[in-house]
Design a protein around this ligand. Structure first.
Ligand code: ADP
Ligand code: MG
Length: 693
């Protein structure tokens, strides 16, 4: 249960001054629903009102705070004309200008003949200084409160900076300082303040440096967030591992049979990973391991041989994919490889219903099905296993962190191997998995030819459309990827359909189309036709992104490549260069291309190393954008900025290790404070993994 001290933090934002029910709806969109969310909403810039020149010295286009006397009001003569108020100081005159003004209100605020303090941006019109809509109007004695630095917040339509500033001030007033969860010597060494002081400072920037990632206030808040993240992950992981696993150690007879039938030798990386995984499975602890391998690095074979290890030991294994297409593809790859082993894999996806599904469930429950391949349908509640020993989860970056944990909870003693083709930069790996065991397939299977990547402007599209004719006639198979439209699936599909009919007019029946809104059976039919070579040109939206394997495909064209994330482009390009023939990738961009866009496409041209691409992507775009966070399942941070706070992340990880060694159940005074930290960052679920304090 959330500690009482945090109750005020989780009150709705309507409990703040100036936040009514109407404004709160708008505000929530960018902050979140609770007071704590307002605290995390840090300013992005500031307005310095400390400059107070005389009227004649005020420079154009600057923010100034002036001490003036009101001379005369000139109400607007019609609705569009401005309301003007002539003012002066000892150096000269100036005008205040208001549009859509209420005269009675202005008369009260700025009575003729009286002194007032005003603050805002000034400029000169026909030599006369003018301030339109002052940000502040106050009495002479309010000079010092106005003459400060105002934080400027990221806003949304309908919420002014004043409203946001008031809400933040009110939020800061309502919350108390919290017991210190930082290690004191570390805190001193970093030169950090207490939590609340840091928060107040972060909300009151007075110079450029206050926005730097290494500014003490910002750094401390970022560290707190990263510490909560690392602690939560460590607790989950410890709980999963602690659930005693079983020793899984097959005799190797099935694996040998499959190895003998493979048309290739395993790469060094594959062998090494298999050994690491087998060693892990042989431990009495529960395995929770990540197999990281770029597209085409040969993860499927590793998954199969790992599954066979469990099956040799008399247990069942599942291999789970995020989509129907991929599950079927795994089935098609794996089934023939099992010929001669006496093992018949079964497949279960969301498409299986009624009697058919029941029959499959029976086989799984009786243990007759030793290997089950499928989608998340395999993890529905009514799916019972006889003796599940291993779950392989493929391409799991499509699943969120929490889903992943739920899956790990499915079988009590099940070893879990998650496979990802997304080369997540090390930094981000840590935020999503903590210190998870990782095996990596760094080596590509032999015989791969590098993909020749070219970058061209979209106005070359007609040339490209005609140019592929030559390739088609030589038997090449071509992916044509249509632009990503973030806002609308409909527009995306319409674009794909248009390109489809365009290419059909050139190449007739040799062209096929797949997109996300097609029925799974229709999609499969088209994909299968492409795999067989009945179709040569496959027009697609990004549904082909993950995992699909057609070794004969040697050309990929991507429209509006600049709209895709680098990781996504890398995934797409990984669909080609899988066979023995040389491959070409053409990235078409919409001009003009931003500098950042140029840099990103340049990386695509220069390297095929997924890890290099991922690191560069992180550097160029920041963590928020990498991998399209929406679908990546990576956590989003409010205060920490990656990669800028990378060093803090590493420190938090080490900190957590020490904390859990010394105080595994968070019982000490610092431990209690850390529990509060977990609640503060809404990691409530993780606290349940601890003995009650
Ligand atoms: P991914 O890691 O993207 O899932 P796959 O497992 O689909 O990669 O493998 C890609 C292709 O490489 C498949 O056609 C597979 O048969 C082949 N392959 C896998 N391992 C090797 C190897 N050691 N040598 C040659 N080809 C291999
Ligand atoms: Mg794969």
């Amino acid at each position: 249960m959330r500690p009482e001290i945090l109750f005020p933090f989780f009150k709705p934002i309507t409990a703040l001054k100036g936040v009514g029910p109407r404004i709160s709806v708008l505000m929530e969109k960018i902050t979140g629903p609770h007071i704590v969310d307002i605290l995390w909403h840090l300013p992005s810039s500031y307005v310095d009102r400390r400059f107070s020149p005389k009227i004649s010295d005020a420079p154009d286009h600057t923010v100034v705070t002036l001490d003036i006397t009101v001379m005369k009001h000139y109400p607007s003569r019609n609705r569009r004309a401005p309301y003007k108020i002539a003012c002066f100081d000892e150096t000269g005159p100036m005008d205040l200008v208001f549009f859509n003004a209420r005269g009675d209100y202005l008369k009260k605020q700025l009575p003729e003949g009286e002194r007032r303090i005003i603050s805002g941006t000034v400029e000169r019109f026909n030599g006369v200084l003018q301030m339109t809509h002052p940000d502040h109007i106050g009495l002479p004695e309010e000079l010092e409160t106005i003459q400060t630095v105002d934080p400027v917040y990221p806003l949304t339509a309908g919420v002014t900076n004043k409203t946001m500033g008031k809400a933040v001030t009110s939020a800061l007033e309502q919350v108390v300082d919290l017991p210190e969860w930082l290690d004191l010597s570390f805190k001193t060494k970093q030169g950090w303040d207490n939590w609340k002081e840091s928060l107040i400072k972060a909300h009151h920037p007075v110079e450029e440096e206050d926005f730097f990632a290494d500014h003490p206030a910002r750094a401390r808040l970022a560290y707190d967030e990263l510490l909560a993240n690392q602690l939560a992950l460590a607790l989950v992981r410890r709980t999963v591992r602690k659930a005693s696993g079983r020793i899984i150690k097959g005799d190797g007879h099935l694996r040998q049979k499959v190895r003998d039938s493979l048309p290739f030798a395993l790469t060094g990386s594959q062998e090494e990973s298999l050994k690491e995984i087998a060693d892990d499975m042989a431990q009495p602890l529960r395995m929770l391991r990540l197999l990281q391998g770029d597209v085409g690095s040969g993860k499927t074979v590793v998954a199969l041989l790992t599954a066979l290890n469990a099956i040799e030991a008399g247990m069942q294994a599942v291999i789970m994919a995020p989509t129907e297409i991929l599950a079927r593809q795994h089935m098609e790859t794996i089934e023939p490889l099992l010929a001669g082993t006496g093992i018949t894999p079964i497949i279960l996806t969301g498409r299986d219903k009624g009697k058919k599904r029941e029959a499959i469930l029976d086989q799984i429950k009786s243990g007759k099905a030793q290997l089950a391949i499928g989608t998340h349908a395999l993890f529905q509640e009514d799916v019972e296993f006889d003796n599940l020993g291993l779950a392989v989860i493929d391409e799991q970056h499509r699943f969120g962190v929490h889903q992943r944990l739920a899956m790990a909870g499915k079988g009590q003693h099940v070893d879990v191997l998650v496979m990802t083709a997304t080369p997540i930069p090390r930094t981000l790996m840590l935020t999503a998995y903590g210190d998870m065991d990782v095996s990596r397939l760094l080596e590509k299977p032999a015989g791969r030819k590098p993909v020749d990547t070219r970058v061209m402007a979209l106005n070359k599209l007609e040339d490209v459309a005609h140019g592929i004719g030559r390739m088609v006639s030589k038997g090449a198979r071509i992916y044509w990827v249509c632009p990503l439209v973030e806002e609308s699936d409909k527009i995306e599909i319409a674009a794909a359909e248009e390109r489809f009919s365009h290419l059909k007019s050139l190449y007739g029946d040799r062209v096929g189309l797949v997109h996300g809104k097609m029925k799974p059976t229709e999609k499969d039919t088209v994909m299968a036709a492409f795999a067989r070579g009945d179709i040569d040109v496959l027009v697609a939206t990004t549904v082909i992104e993950v995992g699909v394997n057609v070794p004969e495909a040697t050309v990929m064209i991507v429209e509006h490549a600049e709209r895709f994330g680098l990781a996504q482009l890398h995934q797409l390009r990984g669909r080609i260069g899988r066979g023995m023939d040389a491959s070409t990738c053409i990235l078409l961009y919409g001009a003009p291309l931003s500098e950042n866009g140029q840099a990103r496409l340049k990386i695509m041209r220069e390297t095929e190393d997924g890890f290099v691409i991922a690191e560069e992507d992180l550097r160029l775009r920041g963590a928020g954008e990498v991998l399209g966070t929406r679908q990546s399942g990576l956590p989003e941070f409010r205060l920490a900025l990656l990669p800028a706070h990378e060093n803090l992340l590493a420190a938090a990880r080490d900190d957590v290790k020490l904390i859990l060694e010394k105080d595994p159940e968070l019982q000490t005074e610092r431990g209690q404070a850390l529990r509060t930290l977990l609640y503060l960052f809404e990691e409530d679920a993780c606290v349940t993994y601890l003995r009650s304090g």
